[in-house]
Design a protein around this ligand. Structure first.
Ligand SMILES: [Zn+2]
Ligand SMILES: [Zn+2]
Length: 150
């Protein structure tokens, strides 16, 4: 029996449900995350996008795709609250901003990525988490459970 996690944006118009526990979580220090979140590092949980459902406000959920590639960013057009990022070619590869969950999602950040681009104005905490100068190497990721495709 899996607990359903819920969450949403700042104004509450966009609401989602996640039917599976997050796979892992980490902090991203890249400059894109700094710009979109307004903070030094974005805490985000990696999830199986097949288990995520946007239950309200789908019309306000906007996806921004960087012209240079990378995951597209999902946010609420009404309040600007950031919610998701995903692989535009494979929506199963998906993250949720930790701040978007209503309650404790259980998972804890276990690594820091793109620390080579960390903000000069906020030192990285000496918390013992794994650090990667760039993205986390693929082979060290946990494979999401295989699901049937449709
Ligand atoms: Zn909103
Ligand atoms: Zn980032």
């Amino acid at each position: 029996m899996t607990q359903t996690l819920t969450g949403g944006c700042l104004c509450g118009a966009v609401r989602f449900e996640l039917e599976a526990a997050p796979i892992e979580a980490g902090y991203c220090h890249c400059t894109r995350c700094q710009r979109r979140t307004g903070v030094a590092a974005s805490a985000q949980a990696r999830i199986d996008g097949e288990r995520l459902a946007v239950i309200e406000g789908d019309g306000l959920l906007t996806w921004w795709r960087h012209p240079d590639g990378g995951f597209e960013k999902g946010f609420c057009r009404a309040c600007g609250g950031h919610l998701f990022s995903r692989n535009p070619d494979d929506h199963a590869q998906h993250t949720i901003r930790m701040s978007a969950f209503d309650a404790d999602p259980g998972v804890r950040p276990s690594f820091r990525t793109f620390v080579a681009y960390a903000a000069a104005w906020e030192p990285i905490p000496d918390d013992g988490l794994l650090r990667y100068d760039e993205r986390k190497p693929y082979q060290e990721r946990v494979s999401p459970p295989s699901t049937s495709t449709d």
